[in-house]
Design a protein around this ligand. Structure first.
Ligand SMILES: [Fe+2]
Length: 490
């Protein structure tokens, strides 16, 4: 999320998105009934979503949407049937806070109740709540402020913190937005760190990690950065890891360490810091090009690929970070919008930079068919925030094709969606032959549904399957082309 509009926009009687901030404390495993249409026969695999399953412990809300405990929601789809299961990641934070029914860990925007004495010297906990990946035979729950947690994909039991045979040190953080490198099947991720200490203090960098398809970490690189940026995602093409080092700074680390303020309270968009694009060669793990441009921030990226000397990158741009205020006060937020959907062209040989704006509709959470990762793909999708008279939390999604044509699907007032995940058809290599999996919250009935659309025509769903309960608003989904969960095997 990269923008917020505090102006009242509620012009209908439709309920807002806030109902889906209620905790889902129960864990389920059951088969869904189809309320409308049919689940396509060539849709087979596992759709995993991660997000905070609870925003309160007892009567106490966390101080930021980013701080709720991670809950995996797994939709297993095969032979026209869908199985649902949800399970919390048993992080130390989840276990201790569940047992005591009190906030026991600091977070991105949460302080432990009790003042400085309770927070001094204590680092934020790891809720494992942002994204997931199944790679090298391991299912990982990801959070950018720590190491990943391994979850047994067959049972959803938490195994524990995962280190790649000790390659991820205790001091390492590992972003929630690693990307699959299409040509090799390797998985490449990064995390903010330091590369020693200089005269002015720690020399900040992005650590870059490359994990082979079989799951072994084989390469590491370091990209120096000049300030401590809010670093959430990057783009990956066949040749390059592409970092947009943004203008959002993390503020006074000392105050966070001391315990007098949370990380979120220190985060600022700084108009004096240009956004800098850095290309890292994947073969050498060395920086090969750095381009300075106007101040800005990109929270999420779509696909990237080479077109001659140029690298094409889909990205959601913003020139502010006011959304952080709304995310810190999520129970009262009136609107969360998105960024400006840009399609950048970066000339790796000359450093020339250009972009086109794909749509004037606020956009976030870009997705694409992973079978086309790092290659030219035809379709990219994104969540949309549309003024339909109701709360303008993500209430639609849209698709842009390579020529720039855009199709928008707007949900009815009172219905709220999120990231539109792309699931490839099991019998096709064409990236247009795919389905969109959208979890939709119905604020009238306080229930959620899995809604399935064809990728090439998102005007109407092909199937919808209601859950027995709501799903709290989540962040990111992952698709795997096979059934992983034991309970969903038929
Ligand atoms: Fe994200």
């Amino acid at each position: 999320m990269t923008a917020v509009d505090d102006a009242p926009i509620q012009t209908t009687d439709a309920p807002t998105m806030h109902g889906a901030l209620a905790n889902l404390d129960e864990e389920f495993s059951y088969w869904l009934d189809t309320a409308h249409g049919e689940v396509p026969a060539n849709l087979r695999g596992t759709f995993i979503r991660n997000g905070p399953g609870r925003q309160r412990i007892g009567d106490t809300p966390y101080g930021h949407w980013f701080d709720g405990c991670g809950m995996l929601s797994v939709f297993s789809i095969a032979e026209g049937k869908v199985h649902f299961a949800n399970r919390y990641v048993r992080t130390p934070k989840y276990v201790k806070e569940t047992a005591t029914q009190q906030i026991q860990y600091r977070g991105f925007g949460t302080q432990i109740p009790g003042g400085l004495r309770k927070n001094i010297g204590r680092m934020p906990g790891n809720p494992a709540n942002t994204n997931s990946v199944y790679h090298g035979g391991k299912l990982l729950a990801l959070y950018e402020g720590g190491r990943p947690f391994e979850v047994d994909a067959a049972t959803l039991e938490t195994v524990g913190e995962y280190t790649y045979d000790g390659e991820l040190k205790k001091s390492n953080v590992f972003s929630a937005h690693g990307h699959v490198h299409g040509p090799t099947g390797d998985w490449i991720n990064f995390g903010t760190g330091s590369m020693g200490v200089g005269l002015k203090g720690p020399k900040l960098c992005f650590n870059i990690f490359r994990i082979k398809k079989a799951g072994t970490m084989v390469a590491k690189g370091q990209l120096p950065v000049q300030h401590f940026p809010f670093a959430h995602d990057y783009a990956l093409s066949g040749k390059y890891a592409i970092f947009f080092i943004n203008s959002i700074t993390m503020g006074a680390v000392g105050k966070v360490m001391f315990g007098s303020q949370s990380i979120g309270e220190g985060v600022r968009f700084d108009d004096d810091i240009p956004m800098t694009i850095a290309l890292v060669d994947l073969d050498t793990m060395q920086e090969v090009r750095r381009i300075e441009t106007d101040p800005g921030a990109i929270i999420h990226f779509g696909n990237a690929y080479e077109d001659g000397d140029e690298v094409v990158v889909d990205a959601m741009f913003s020139d502010e970070f006011e959304a952080n205020e709304a995310l810190s006060d999520i129970f009262n937020a009136k609107a969360l919008k998105g960024g400006e959907w840009r399609r950048y062209r970066i000339n790796a040989a000359t450093g020339a930079l250009s972009f086109e704006v794909m749509t004037d509709v606020n956009s976030e959470f870009p997705t694409f068919n992973q079978h086309k990762a790092c290659q030219e793909n035809e379709y990219t999708f994104a969540a949309a925030s549309v003024e339909n008279g109701a709360d303008s939390f993500f209430n639609g999604f849209h698709r842009a094709d390579r020529a720039g044509n855009v199709q928008l699907h707007t949900l009815d007032p009172g219905f709220y969606g999120s990231e539109p995940l792309v699931a490839p058809a099991s019998d096709s290599a064409d990236d247009r032959d795919a389905y969109i999996l959208e979890v939709v919250y119905d604020a009238f009935t306080h229930t959620s549904s899995l809604v399935i659309f064809r990728a090439d025509d998102i005007s109407e769903p092909v199937a919808s399957l209601p859950l027995r309960h709501h799903l709290p608003h989540q962040f990111h989904g992952y698709w795997h082309d096979d059934i992983l969960l034991n309970a969903a095997r038929v």
